[in-house]
Design a protein around this ligand. Structure first.
Ligand code: CO
Length: 197
């Protein structure tokens, strides 16, 4: 069986399993989308949003791109945030980066990677904002891990600075923005606000 045939087979089995557990599941979801979470994460295949937080379809509105970057002029990301905040009225925006992020790693080298280097400039900006701290870390792996963390924190600032989130806070909306990081090595998520500085 080739990979694509296998995917259709898997899908049928999954839909049956879900239906057997709750015959109303798909009907209910088809009538309404009311997630409380907007997940902004990396496109990396090892960081699938719903799976790593173990939530079913319907619970998470998702935006993923390379290295979970929120660019002030990215109409795609801004539209996702606006729809999530203004229409779905999510209560949490989670920016979740991950250690071992290939995009972050690539931004640390001068090797050309083609078109993507334009995107990676945003990560080089993050590194530049935190140049002193990063240069003080001698170990390259530790510096890489720290840049993954700093990137999440910078992207949270970018989320907070969108007109959409600013307006939401101006009207006292029930909205929290979180800075999280996922570890590929143990499958665990850490809240960056809980990590020692
Ligand atoms: Co990544």
């Amino acid at each position: 069986m080739n990979k694509i045939t296998e995917i259709f087979e898997n899908n049928k089995k999954w839909a049956k399993r879900v239906h057997d557990a709750d015959p109303q599941f798909f009907y209910k979801l088809s009538q309404l989308q009311k997630p409380e979470i907007l997940w902004i994460g990396c496109a990396d295949s090892r960081v699938p949003a719903n799976q790593i937080i173990d939530l079913p379809p319907g619970d998470v509105f998702v935006h993923r791109n390379i290295a979970n970057v929120i660019v002030h002029t990215d109409l795609n990301a801004l539209s996702v945030i606006q729809y999530a905040v203004d229409v779905l009225e999510v209560k949490h925006i989670i920016v979740c980066g991950h250690y071992g992020c290939g995009g972050v790693k690539a931004s640390m080298s001068e090797t050309p990677h083609g078109l993507i280097d334009n995107w990676l400039r945003h990560l080089k900006d993050v590194a530049r904002f935190h140049e002193d701290e990063l240069q003080s870390i001698a170990d390259e792996e530790a510096r890489f891990a720290r840049l993954c963390e700093l990137n999440v924190q910078e992207q949270v600032q970018n989320v907070l600075n969108t007109t959409v989130v600013r307006a939401a806070y101006d009207r006292d909306a029930d909205l929290q923005v979180h800075a999280w990081i996922y570890d590929l090595k143990d499958g665990l998520i850490r809240d960056l606000n809980d990590l020692p500085e």
